[in-house]
Design a protein. Structure first.
Length: 419
């Protein structure tokens, strides 16, 4: 008869196994706690931009983009209406003052010139005839003055002779004759004086009429000159030396008086116009140094004008360029400009976070030394530059922060960074 031996496990082995499992679980939790911390979000480091806090010379700059502009632009316009007949030059051509650019055609101007010449010739002929008649009237008046003078002198001689005879006691001259002679002297003297006055007034009137003739003739001459000038203006010429910036006319195109022909500018006299964000313009002042980047060359300059208006969130700043212009410099060339505001020594700064504002306290994520966790902290920023921003409180040299967008995890107090 077989005897069945029962194998009873010792109870303490079971308890030991359970204890080991519990210890391992606790150790795992502790290790996970140490590794993941209080992180409530997991973020891949590859998706982030990280910057380290530095201490040193902080250059405050403002960046803007814009264009090179000519300092002086001469606008060409048509002084007469016409149709484009000939185009001598196109945009980009060098021009000299007075050089022909476009020729217009307007047959009506030639007709006006012919009409003005005919009107002038007719007026000149009429004035000559009228002045000849006036001169004849003056001659007649002068003749009457001469005759009246001669009559007076003759009668005066006769009266003087009668006086001498009467003084000698000669009675051949009666009182009646003597009185008649005296009357004739007075009468002819009065007539002579009247004729002199008439002549004087006639000469004044003739001079006035001739002056009126000259005024009318001058007016007609001006009309003729204006007609010839209009014909000359059918050829549009350059008003300054330079380069033709634009000229968009086509053959056969009709142009009205005052219509735009093109623009001329001196390519050697350029300025830079850059647009600065309205929030940054407060730091820009006249005279500040500027570095202009043409993508090929660097040009130094200084701020000469700040536009008082804000247009679409931007303020235009004009920069006077200094030194020799590079070969690629020309009007409307796209550029980038950096205005040097100031330098600050012994200053904490970091790459500007995407959401940071000047002189504002902003919530940022600071990465721990192990690089696996980032905690949300408040950092007070100061003045910003093109790429960097000043730190006034909240960070220390060597700290690393996330500077890219944090919209996906901004509400978390701590995040875990995974590789």
């Amino acid at each position: 008869m077989d005897i069945k031996i029962e194998n009873h496990k010792k109870p303490y082995l079971r308890y030991l196994s359970i204890t080991v499992v519990i210890v391992l679980m606790i150790a795992g939790i502790v290790m996970a706690k140490n590794h993941f911390g209080e992180a409530t979000a997991f973020v891949s480091v590859e998706q982030l931009r990280i910057s380290q806090v530095k201490n040193g010379n902080f250059q405050v700059n403002v960046r803007g983009v814009g264009l090179l502009k000519p300092q002086k632009v001469v606008w060409l316009s048509s002084r007469v209406a016409g149709r484009v007949e000939t185009i001598y030059l196109r945009a980009g051509a060098k021009v000299a003052k007075g050089q022909a650019i476009v020729k217009l055609n307007n047959p009506q101007l030639a007709q006006l010139a012919v009409g003005a010449q005919s009107a002038l010739d007719q007026l000149v002929a009429e004035n000559k005839a009228a002045e000849a008649s006036l001169d004849s009237q003056v001659l007649d008046a002068e003749a009457r003055v001469s005759r009246s003078k001669m009559d007076f002198n003759g009668n005066k001689l006769e009266l003087d002779a009668q006086n001498r005879l009467r003084q000698m006691g000669n009675s051949t001259v009666s009182d009646i004759e003597y009185q008649r002679s005296a009357f004739r002297v007075d009468s002819t003297k009065l007539d002579w004086q009247i004729q002199q006055k008439k002549l004087a007034k006639l000469k004044i009137n003739v001079a006035a009429l001739k002056q009126a003739h000259r005024v009318k003739q001058t007016h007609r001459q001006n009309e003729l000159q204006r007609a010839h000038n209009q014909i000359d203006n059918l050829i549009v010429r350059a008003g300054e030396d330079g380069v033709l910036q634009s000229m968009e006319l086509e053959l056969g195109q009709n142009i009205t008086m005052g219509g735009s022909i093109g623009k001329i500018a001196d390519p050697g006299l350029l300025l830079a116009q850059i647009n600065i964000q309205e929030l940054q313009i407060k730091d820009v002042e006249l005279g500040q140094s500027v570095q202009i980047d043409t993508r090929k060359s660097q040009i130094s300059g200084r701020v000469t004008r700040i536009d008082p208006q804000v247009i679409k969130g931007m303020v235009a700043v004009e920069v006077e360029l200094q030194g020799q212009m590079p070969s690629e410099a020309r009007p409307e060339l796209s550029i980038e400009g950096i205005i040097q505001i100031t330098n600050k020594d012994n200053t904490l700064y970091v790459k500007k976070p995407h959401y940071a504002l000047d002189h504002q306290t902003t919530r940022v994520f600071r990465i721990n030394k192990q690089g696996n966790l980032a905690d949300a902290i408040d950092v007070k920023f100061g003045q910003s530059s093109v790429n960097d921003i000043e730190i006034t409180a909240g960070l220390q040299p060597g700290d690393r922060i996330i500077v890219s967008k944090t919209d996906d995890f901004a509400q978390n107090a701590q995040i875990f960074l995974s590789n």
